[in-house]
Design a protein around this ligand. Structure first.
Ligand SMILES: [Zn+2]
Ligand SMILES: [Zn+2]
Length: 408
């Protein structure tokens, strides 16, 4: 008779749920922003205390790498939970709502920390049967602060594998209230988009609004660019390698009878391949310069490159789906038909190690899809019961990977 590495995992995760909920609520009440999260780090260290993990603190951030060494040597698996909140007010009315003005855990990273700590406890209790090791990455600064990149530069992968085999697989979970509670969803290849910001400054010549021929009005030129960017996307971007270009802010002028000297367009570019990303950023520049020059004006373009495309390794994504299917039943493991256009700094880790990210459905029970407040909403709430599924999936993916490596 063969034993299944996943036997008992869902029950063991369920037994960790109360602890995880308590930790999540504690973090939810005290959200912290950016890369320095001292209270959150303290809570993580407290939760891991006594598990016998090798703990290393990031020197540049509040990140924590905690390593569980199995009874037998083998490959290293990295599991990640991000820790930071968003700079925004909370309007959920929850009894454990944020007590910090202007900060809210609206992306559910509080639940990620709590689930990963629960996973560390679950796997530490199974240490005797573990062939290989599991590195737990608690990461700050996901919300636009390059936290994962900083931890990589800090030596994350070397710390995770110190004295053992290198990290051979990396896995992360992200909760989402737009997916029914307890579902695991992911896909191979591109999972999330790149996110770059652009600023176009159209420079004309100011003048009197009643005599535009004595000026060079940047406003109609800027408006033409907004439309041209959309034609550019539909005519020049492969529909099967899509892009989104959104001008989200237009700024020009001060009053009704003055033609201003400049107009500014500020927006975002999302793509799901690095090829489309480079092409669209170049096209924006060409279109903006061409239109400005056609009207005797100039355009300056500056691009702030943000997170790259999050690319799941095909086999690692399949492992996550198979593991979730075995744990939860096949219908609760869903292969997504398309990527989503949000962005993630987990992408930097996946550029260096094959791995994947999966979404965990957390839509509160009894809430209709159209009434669901998504991530980043001031009213975002999540079904905490789903955290047991998250813990089981984190643990299950690590166990499946190490078990498969042991058999080969
Ligand atoms: Zn977020
Ligand atoms: Zn997030």
């Amino acid at each position: 008779m063969t034993t299944d590495a996943l036997d008992g995992v869902l029950d063991e995760a369920g037994a960790r749920l109360d602890d995880a909920v308590a930790l999540r609520r504690r973090l939810h009440e005290h959200p912290e922003l950016g890369n320095q999260l001292p209270d959150t780090r303290d809570a993580v260290l407290e939760a891991l205390d006594g598990l016998g993990l090798e703990v290393t603190l990031s020197t540049t951030t509040s990140g924590v790498v905690a390593v569980l060494d199995g009874a037998e040597p083998g490959p290293t698996v990295l599991l990640r939970g991000d820790m930071d909140a968003l700079p925004m007010p909370e309007d959920t009315g929850l009894e454990f709502a944020s007590r910090v003005e202007g900060a809210m855990h609206a992306c559910g990273h509080d639940s990620h920390v709590a689930m990963l700590a629960g996973t560390a406890k679950l796997l530490a209790a199974r240490r005797g049967a573990l062939t290989g090791r599991v590195a737990f990455m608690f990461q700050p600064g996901e919300e636009g602060h390059d936290g994962a990149k900083m931890m990589l530069e800090d030596g994350l992968l070397a710390t995770a594998a110190a004295g053992a085999e290198p990290v051979s697989m990396a896995f992360a979970v992200h909760q989402s209230p737009t997916i029914p509670s307890g579902i695991i969803a992911t896909k191979g290849s591109s999972l999330m988009a790149s996110a770059d910001t652009f600023l176009v400054t159209v420079r004309g010549r100011g003048g009197h609004a009643s005599m535009p021929h004595h000026a060079s009005d940047p406003i109609p030129i800027a408006c033409e660019m907004v439309g041209a960017f959309q034609s550019m996307v539909t005519r020049r971007v492969d529909v099967f390698d899509p892009a989104v270009v959104t001008v989200a802010r237009i700024q020009a002028g001060t009053t009704s009878n003055v033609i201003p000297e400049t107009a500014e367009l500020y927006g975002t570019v999302r793509t799901v391949s690095e090829k489309a990303r480079d092409a669209v950023l170049a096209d924006i520049e060409q279109v903006a310069r061409g239109i400005a020059s056609a009207h005797g004006a100039t355009a300056e373009i500056s691009v702030l490159r943000g997170y790259p495309v999050t690319v799941n390794d095909v086999d690692a994504a399949q492992l996550a789906l198979d593991t979730a299917g075995r744990l939860l039943g096949r219908p609760r493991a869903i292969e997504m038909p398309t990527p989503v256009m949000g962005a993630e700094d987990w992408s930097y880790v996946l550029q260096q190690v094959p791995g994947s990210m999966a979404f965990l459905g957390t839509r509160p029970k009894g809430v209709a899809p159209r009434d669901t407040a998504p991530n980043h909403s001031n009213r975002m709430v999540l079904d905490e019961d789903a955290m047991a599924v998250g813990i089981a999936t984190y643990a299950g993916v690590a166990l499946s990977w190490l078990d498969a490596a042991r058999r080969t």
